[in-house]
Design a binder for this molecule. Sequence first.
Ligand code: PLP
Length: 455
Amino acid sequence: MLTNDQLSQWDRDSFLHPSTHLAQHARGEVQGRIIIGGEGCYITDRDGSRLLDAFAGLYCVNVGYGRTEIADAIAEQARELAYYHAYMGHGTEASVTLSKMVMDRAPDHMSKVYFGQGGSDANETNVKLVWYYNNIRGLPRKKKIISRWRAYHGSGLMSGSLTGLNLFHRKFDLPLDMVRHTTSPYYYRRDTREMSEPLFSAQCAADLEQLIDTEGADTIAAFIAEPMLGTGGIVPPPEGYWEAITPILEKHDILLIADEVITGFGRLGHMFASPAYGLTPDIMTIAKGLTSAYAPLSGSIVSEKVWKVLEQGTDENGPIGHGWTYSAHPIGAAAGVANLKLIDSLGLVENAATVGPYLTAQMQAALGDHAHVGDIRGEGMLTAVELIADRDSRTYFDPDRKITPQIVAAMGRRGVIARAMPQGDIIGFAPPLCLTREEADTVITATTEAVAEVL
Ligand code: PLP
């Protein structure tokens, strides 16, 4: 067996890690964990520490770790047929079955699903489909995409541009020219303290309409949004937000892309978040919970309205020139089929709808009055604790103090993993959907103790 020192050496010498301070890592100043096993909500590292993963990897291991049903489905698929492509109408039993299962769960007005590998490439696909759609409709100028500040839609050229967090743009020459960003529906960080939630929502809608007017509606193709903001801070939409936004999109013939990479397959206590918020998206992005990350797979679900135009386009122009080698990869599809069956049989959507709000409510009870806790919010199995230097003025801590990373490290020492969200002092929680109340209590105790240790 490799020694820990040997592994660390190889890691520093050979591995260019995603979303990591590369120089610090190369100098050995970033101590990542090497994980060797997982069971339910817990993972085990090489030192034998057992940690409650209250972020489900990256909000993705929805059914929890160690599910033999999915492992067996993957192994069986690999033995029988590890790969065949999906070009020119080909497929596998797994990919066809998964498409049927996804569409059975999607809102009624949705029509078909295109499979990719991850959320980023699914959003690249979505933008290409939107451009194709408007070209076929004879509207070649209608191409810009509006996203929101603090959105996260991925790290590709277009998906990274749609992302509204500066960290993902810095020194990469993003965002690309076809993208515009509008106001983030982040009520806690509103400018005017006295503004009510409905008024703030109306302000967000007015900002969007003004942007559309400035750019010209004839140049705007789509509005992309997470139904509830994820990586930007775990922020449920303020009251009246979606009711104010959607009529503007309809009025200006702007498609709605609902990015359900985090919210899809139960995280908010519904199979999908869009219908729960009264949204009828034209395209939906899915990934993460589709396979619970047992294998990489994503999807772009298109509505009947979009599908009809795509059909027309290929009748006029021949096969659609968009495909990945790994579209609908059979191993990902087999994982997806087994995963969706488990979500149903274990009642995980219902569990997210009960244990998730319990976690948020208990967190509020434990930390709501703390002098440095500004906001505790959440929906389903997504919770955030926002820390502030001063409660009244809502001033941030000096970023150099690294308050949230320190708290998250202190939680790790207590056996619980949470995430220091990338912008602002926000501790994020997105546990597997199988979290029990007892496990939620463990998360709350570790958080409370860690906050007390650091602040
Ligand atoms: N969209 C949303 C809402 C996400 O949260 C993420 C990843 O966290 C992505 C897209 C990108 O997905 P991936 O990392 O699989 O490319």
